[in-house]
Design a protein around this ligand. Structure first.
Ligand code: FAD
Length: 397
């Protein structure tokens, strides 16, 4: 069976829903279909605070149906292949959707199997292995932090790049603060093993974060990538990337940020760049080979940090340029790489990093955002979730 829509959006996550809502508010709106298999939508940025015991995980979940914008068709299936020459996608159930324009917003793949020993231990009681990177495992982070009585706690960040580049360290700051407040900090050795060569991608904010680690006694090892877990012995194997040398560290608790990469269905498609991400122009967000295709969010090749905050700026660019193309005009909107990372540095403390493709600061507030502030924590913990559910996903900002 074949359906046809003016716009087909693949993926009804943060990016897909935001673009759909904005498109439907345009004068003379196009018909829009959203292909999304999941019945539940998650506000993933809350998982940092769930792992830190501030919220229950249920607070991050809502029914997908409640966020499909009025007038859009929700196709509850997954995309199986792309046929851009024929302006069509084929779904797992065999249906074919033809489009006037395609928006790809399918997020990324968390590669739990990329670390031997991880999939079978993460989130299991008694293993000491936890992760904020899924709804199924995020509650185990707080269980481990709360039950920790001292010893070595390891936090990892892979070399692959991840969604929200700051998230692997945010949970370490919360855990450290919790152990300080509960009086066991002097019994805790905290090690941050980071596959990358610096603590944060924007050099403007990196010294402030490194300073916090140094002051509060968190050891940071760079270019040190987790390659294996041996849960039966509570051992983690790390590779020092410049030398290829392997080191084994024992742990009492380990928070793992798994390696991430493009979804297989995208990597193997004609839309992918050599990197596997959807190959779009960094400013117009239009596909470099197919004029009727746009992509944004985590699945795109955009060389900026993959965050919901970035999508807030990418979505209006896609919408404007897609509508321009529908009306026979050249794309008029340009995205500058804006992204933001609210680096929770403790309970009630946060550094709000905001920058663009240049990695230079693009700050919203009239003060030095490299300083830890309660006001910025309150923004992340209380204001942003409301703005997300009631503003961004409704196409209001
Ligand atoms: P997603 O929201 O992941 O949506 C992708 C959608 O595609 C999903 O609904 C999925 O079901 C669907 N899909 C997958 N495969 C298919 C298929 N074959 N066919 C159709 N649909 C498919 N961002 C911030 O801005 N600030 C933060 O503080 C922050 N903290 C974070 C902390 C954590 C622990 C995590 C995990 C993320 C954090 N992020 C943060 C990142 C942010 O959540 C993501 O960047 C954002 O959700 C990406 O949106 P997206 O639409 O690209 O992908």
């Amino acid at each position: 069976m074949t359906q046809r829509h003016d716009v087909v959006i693949c993926g009804g996550g943060t990016a897909g829903l935001t673009v759909a809502a904005q498109l439907r508010q345009a004068p003379n709106p196009p018909t829009v279909a959203i292909v999304e298999p999941s019945e539940t939508h998650y506000y993933q940025p809350l998982w940092t605070l769930v792992g830190g015991g501030v919220y229950d995980r249920e607070a991050s979940a809502r029914r997908e149906a409640d966020f499909i914008p009025p007038g859009c068709t929700w196709v509850r299936d997954r995309v199986a292949s792309f046929e851009p020459e024929e302006h069509a996608v084929t779904l797992a159930g065999g249906e074919r959707l033809e489009y006037g324009h395609l928006v790809v917003a399918m997020g990324l793949q968390v590669n739990w199997d990329g670390i031997p020993g991880l999939a079978e231990s993460v989130g299991r009681p008694g293993t000491g292995v936890c992760s904020n990177y899924s709804y199924e495992t995020v509650a185990s982070t707080w269980d481990n932090v709360r039950e920790f009585r001292g010893g070595r706690a390891i936090f990892t960040e892979p070399v692959t790049g991840v969604k929200c580049g700051g998230a692997p360290q945010k949970i370490m700051y919360l855990a450290e603060d919790h152990w300080r407040r509960t009086g066991i900090r002097d019994r805790c050795e905290i090690v941050f093993c980071n596959g990358k060569g610096s603590i944060f991608s924007s050099p403007y904010y990196a010294p402030a974060l490194q300073g916090i680690c140094d002051e509060r006694g968190m050891e940071v090892r760079f270019e040190t990538d987790l390659v294996e877990l041996r849960p039966d012995r509570r051992e983690a194997v790390f590779r020092h990337l410049p030398t290829n040398e392997e080191t084994v560290l024992t742990y009492d608790m380990i928070h793992v940020t798994p390696p991430m990469g493009p979804l297989d269905v995208l990597k193997d498609s004609p839309l992918a760049a050599a990197s596997g991400w959807i190959d779009v122009d960094a400013h117009t967000l239009r596909h470099v080979r197919y004029d009727d295709v746009f992509a944004l969010g985590d699945c795109s090749s955009l060389p900026t940090s993959k965050t919901g905050a970035a999508i807030r700026k990418q979505a209006p660019t896609v919408v404007r340029n897609l509508l321009d193309d529908r009306e026979g005009r050249a794309p008029s909107a340009s995205y500058d790489g804006y992204t933001s990372c609210p680096l929770v540095t403790g309970y009630g403390r946060l550094i709000l990093a905001e920058f663009d493709y240049s990695k230079e600061p693009r700050e919203s507030f009239p003060f030095d955002q490299r300083e830890e502030r309660y006001s910025m924590y309150a923004l992340k913990a209380y204001a942003l979730p409301r703005m997300y559910w009631h503003g961004m996903l409704k196409g209001r900002m």
